[in-house]
Design a protein around this ligand. Structure first.
Ligand code: TGC
Length: 400
């Protein structure tokens, strides 16, 4: 009896893996153009180096300017402030492409765009906007968002940082932790509680002011190609003109809503990078005389990754269109952030497993993405916080 090798159907291309439901046809020409230009940049200038940067714990100093030249910073803001007036879907696609490279790169872009430029645009004076937004858009200036503290993460209302009005100035004192770009920043958006009336207020603080210091956190086993700092403010004096026009936790949480939206898109990039890497690897890797790709359990793993990332893509796209219509409620954003991070993290873990021993090296992307995504699951609202936001939405009970 003769045996013949089983026939093999044509496998999906990278393009069809990433867009199985033809979302491409629903994007505008501008959205596709922004996506494609960032994709080319990431594949040409980030991916060849990022494994080494991550291994060495380096975020190259020239990247903010490169991001600025590519128009990647504050892309939704009006052109007069250096933005492109682009849609939130375009912003989402941009995040997805940059995180295909690395979550640390996307963190820089999202903090600069959603947590620094957004509050200046939404709550800053004309002078603040004119002084800082164009420079932040080019990457000439860098900003950070100082909300989280050593003992106040999920519960920002427990912040200890204080502000006190003295004449026409405010004095700010406190410690902030887990601050992306902290030691590289020219300005920090600092949230502090007013000693007089306990109201949470936001300030634009130039980091060269007396009493301001930043120290990098060097022990990270995640987000290694990203700068993460602790900030110390010791009676830092800022004029009242630096105060943002928003009061209460609504201020910082509205900024986080923007950033969480970007994360819901961004993590899909990391997840699809892992899926593509695993699919290519199992095709090339023989086991018991056949490609790993021909084994049923391997295919089941790939199918689960693909389905969850594809569903996440549909969710992100629809959330984008809702956001453009002003209907991105915090609970909708929580669901998208939580579930898309879960899908990406599961894909990264599965890819790392399929790559076997090679999966633990940074010669491949899976473990780097996997470890980065552990941070993404924790920052800007932990998985638990977003679960409880959804639980409250269903039941009306606040279970925090
Ligand atoms: P509650 O005190 O009741 O509400 C306060 C006010 O805020 C409003 N609000 C929101 N507004 C916009 N977007 C959201 N997502 C909002 N969530 C709440 C709310 O309507 C209320 O407004 P007002 O005018 O009535 O006073 O707080 P809550 O019970 O609604 O929320 C509790 C909880 C746990 C959901 C919230 O505190 C929360 O989201 N906690 C997680 C905080 C978080 O994400 N921290 C991480 C910060 S990012 C980081 O880790 C480092 S900085 C980024 C970096 O550098 O990488």
């Amino acid at each position: 009896m003769t045996t013949t090798a089983p026939s093999r159907a044509t496998p999906a291309s990278s393009r069809s893996l990433q867009d199985f439901f033809d979302l491409d046809t629903l994007y505008t020409a501008e959205e596709r153009m922004i996506r494609d230009s960032v994709r080319e940049f990431v594949r040409g200038e980030i991916l060849p180096h990022v494994g080494e940067w991550w291994q060495e714990g380096v975020f190259p100093a020239d990247l903010p300017r490169r991001f600025g030249e590519m128009g990647m910073l504050g892309v939704t803001l009006p052109e007069r402030f250096g933005g492109a007036g682009a849609s939130y879907t375009a912003y989402g696609l941009l995040n997805r492409e940059i995180e295909y490279g690395d979550s640390g790169m996307r963190s820089f872009v999202s903090v600069q765009s959603s947590l620094v430029m957004y509050p200046i645009h939404a709550y800053g004076s004309d002078a603040m906007q004119e002084t800082w937004l164009p420079r932040l858009a080019t990457g000439e200036a860098i900003g950070c968002f100082a909300l989280t503290e050593p003992d106040a993460g999920s519960d920002p209302g427990a912040m200890r940082t204080r502000c006190r009005r003295v004449g026409s100035d405010w004095l700010i004192t406190g410690v902030k932790r887990w601050i992306t770009s902290g030691s590289r920043s020219d300005i920090a958006i600092v949230w502090a509680r007013d000693e007089a009336d306990a109201v949470v207020r936001g300030f634009l603080v130039e980091t060269d002011r007396d009493g301001f210091a930043a120290v990098d956190i060097k022990t990270k086993a995640s987000m290694r190609a990203s700068v993460t700092s602790e900030l110390y403010l010791d009676e830092v004096a800022v004029p009242d003109a630096n105060r943002l026009a928003v009061e209460g936790l609504r201020g910082p949480l509205s900024c986080l809503n923007q950033a969480r939206y970007g994360i819901a898109w961004g993590v899909l990039g990391a997840g699809f990078a892992c899926l593509e890497e695993a699919a290519a690897y199992v095709e090339d890797r023989p086991v018991f005389g056949v490609p790993l790709a021909s084994k049923q359990l391997v295919q089941a793993s790939l199918a689960d990754m693909w389905a969850d990332l594809t569903k996440g893509s549909l969710l992100a796209f629809h959330l984008g269109r809702l956001k453009e219509a002003g209907k991105d409620t915090p609970a909708r954003v929580s669901m998208a952030k939580r579930d898309n991070v879960r899908a990406a993290l599961a894909a990264a873990r599965a890819a790392r497993d399929l790559l076997g021993g090679n999966g633990i090296t940074t010669e491949y992307g899976a473990i780097r993405h996997m470890l980065n995504l552990e941070t993404v699951a924790t920052y800007e609202g932990t998985d638990t916080v977003h679960t409880l936001v959804l639980g409250r939405e269903i039941t009306g009970h606040n279970a925090f």
